[in-house]
Design a protein around this ligand. Structure first.
Ligand SMILES: [Zn+2]
Length: 220
């Protein structure tokens, strides 16, 4: 006879892992906004590379496409694979978006560095930091090829980008934004985050995205 005071509670059904788990993702080699239906949220798995078993390593993209045309806002997280906070931010935010009332597109990439995320490590699995090898190379180290395809298959679709990071181990960060405040639109985006601190920062050439996006706006 189980003792309700000392025995473990009966096993409960696990809660859903994430808000879009019930969606059947579409597997594609290239994220194209034009291919997706308007007024709807779509989930994609974009093939980036294959592993030694020839199994594609895919990057998840959750896309809310509005009914009216407009710019594409990209939200990315876990470029450093052990920085997890932004994953939930993107999932929960997109769950709150009504694509029927949206002008333009919001595309969330909850995990950018998939191998790093699976190994719970900052870098790609060859040990290189993806944030410092952008925009990658068509042929090169595995991390460079991964970065190149990320840029070409997903990130090139964005007009604006917010890249979420989490404090490194042993550090406590205030909620802050780093952005190039010399760009009027970027500065406006930075102020809209309502953070305690806004840090003016011109991204280095090898950092994620500004160089490849050419005129797009970038925050992190
Ligand atoms: Zn980071």
């Amino acid at each position: 006879m189980p003792n309700p005071n000392t025995d473990s509670p009966p096993h409960k059904e696990q809660a859903s892992l994430h808000p879009f788990e019930h969606e059947e993702p579409i597997q594609v080699k290239q994220f194209r906004v034009d291919d997706l239906p308007a007024g709807k949220i779509s989930t994609l798995n974009v093939e980036i590379v294959t592993d030694a078993l020839n199994i594609p390593i895919t990057v998840p993209v959750i896309v809310a496409k509005g009914t009216k045309p407009g710019p594409v806002l990209g939200l990315t997280a876990a470029l450093h694979g052990n920085e997890l906070n932004g994953i939930l931010v993107i999932q929960e935010f997109l769950q709150s978006v009504d694509p029927g009332a949206l002008k333009g597109v919001i595309a969330g990439v909850p995990v950018v560095n998939v191998p790093g995320y699976l190994f719970n490590q900052r870098e790609y699995f060859d040990g290189f930091d993806l944030n410092h090898i952008m925009p990658g190379k068509r042929e090169g180290k595995r991390s460079e090829v991964y970065a190149y395809r990320l840029v070409n298959r997903i990130i090139s679709q964005f007009n604006h980008l917010i890249d979420f990071h989490t404090a490194s181990f042993g550090r406590i960060n205030s909620h802050y934004v780093r952005a190039n405040l010399a760009q009027v639109e970027t500065a406006r985006m930075a102020r809209m985050q309502h953070t305690q601190i806004i840090l003016h920062s011109v991204a280095r050439d090898d950092c994620v995205l500004p160089r490849v996006l050419q005129g797009s706006r970038y925050l992190s």
